[in-house]
Design a protein around this ligand. Structure first.
Ligand SMILES: Nc1ncnc2c1ncn2[C@@H]1O[C@H](COP(=O)(O)OP(=O)(O)OP(=O)(O)O)[C@@H](O)[C@H]1O
Length: 308
């Protein structure tokens, strides 16, 4: 069997005019995994993924997808790779399920269309022209089109953006089943719970480079002593807080309005922080003690929350 990784990107550089969107990015996606690509807006996720899909040519570096060059070997890769686009590519007058049946016929062993229609709740809009579908219906149709050919590798760009919770869970189940069947899934997302729920590996991109990668557990455990975290209004007087805390404690504002206190976390320290907040009219929102969440890791690395 072909042992090449599903995706191997080495030193990728991509520029738009004098703007460098991807700046020496290196990442590997192992076969049979779900990898979440996270990053703030403008980090270079879409450019990287579009290069892997063969839509963009690298300015430097190499990209291999299933062992092939997506720019040159597009024709060989197309039947093996599913791509979910955020928009475009579908004629506006085409009827949803007809489009899906048409796509299925192009593949040797498609997933039964009725099954997909049922699982993604597309039954009610089967005869609706594409232009009349709601945003969520378009999104689900794009997902169905990406997976109907049983691809070995699927790229999903924010697959659940704008979906209601029910459709989101149906999508997550479908992604889990794809992995169960041995497919590799690369998904870009803004949703931490999506990454935490689905991803075997997480790659965090910022400024066109990978700033962290690993399993969600590795990323959350990495170098972290326990800390107390809370949110409040930005710009709290941390010197005043520190004066109330035992020596050796640190307190910082990791991003505007997000605070982290480290060192000797115990009930006494927790009480001191909440009492300081009470004295200063601060409601410590999302107060938590313990291991970092993926969201904390992201915030600490990029200084921004995912939607910033
Ligand atoms: N076609 C283009 N022409 C010029 N600049 C572009 C183009 N596409 C992207 N860029 C710029 O390249 C950088 C990376 O953009 P990219 O879309 O890859 O980031 P992203 O991480 O996918 O962001 P988002 O989460 O907002 O989709 C940004 O600064 C963006 O403005």
């Amino acid at each position: 069997m072909d042992a090449a990784p599903a995706v191997e990107v080495v030193g990728l550089v991509k520029r738009y005019g004098d703007r460098t969107a991807v700046d020496g990015l290196t990442m590997t996606v192992s076969r049979g995994t779900v990898t979440a690509v996270l990053g703030p807006n403008g980090a270079g996720k879409t450019t990287t993924v579009e290069t892997c899909e063969g839509y963009r040519r690298p300015d430097a570096g190499t990209v291999r997808v299933l062992g092939l060059d997506p720019w040159r070997d597009g024709a060989r890769l197309r039947p093996r790779v599913g791509v979910m686009l955020q928009s475009g590519g579908i004629p506006t007058g085409a009827r949803a399920v007809e489009m899906l049946r048409h796509t299925a016929r192009l593949h040797a062993h498609p997933v039964p269309v009725d099954l997909l229609v049922d699982r993604l709740g597309l039954g009610s809009c089967g005869r609706t022209p594409y232009r009349r579908l709601s945003g969520g219906q378009k999104q689900r149709l794009a997902l169905a089109m990406a997976v109907v050919g049983r691809p070995e590798l699927v790229f999903l760009d924010e697959p659940t953006a704008g979906l209601d919770p029910q459709a989101r869970h149906a999508t997550w189940e479908l992604i889990r089943d794809l992995r169960e069947d041995g497919a590799t899934v690369v998904l870009s997302t803004h949703l931490m719970d999506e990454a935490e729920q689905l991803a075997d590996e997480v790659v965090i991109i910022d400024g066109g480079r990978v700033v962290a990668e690993g399993t969600p557990k590795e990323l959350c455990d990495g170098g972290a002593e326990d800390a107390l975290r809370f949110s409040g209004r930005p710009g709290l007087d941390l010197l005043s807080l520190l004066r109330a805390l035992p020596e050796g404690t640190t307190a910082e504002e990791v991003s505007p309005g997000s605070y982290r206190v480290k060192g000797g976390i115990d009930p006494h320290l927790l009480a001191t922080v909440t009492s300081w907040c009470a004295q200063h009219g601060v409601m410590p929102d999302r107060l938590a003690v313990g291991r970092r969440t993926l969201e904390d890791v992201f915030l600490e690395l990029t200084g921004r929350d995912l939607r910033a």
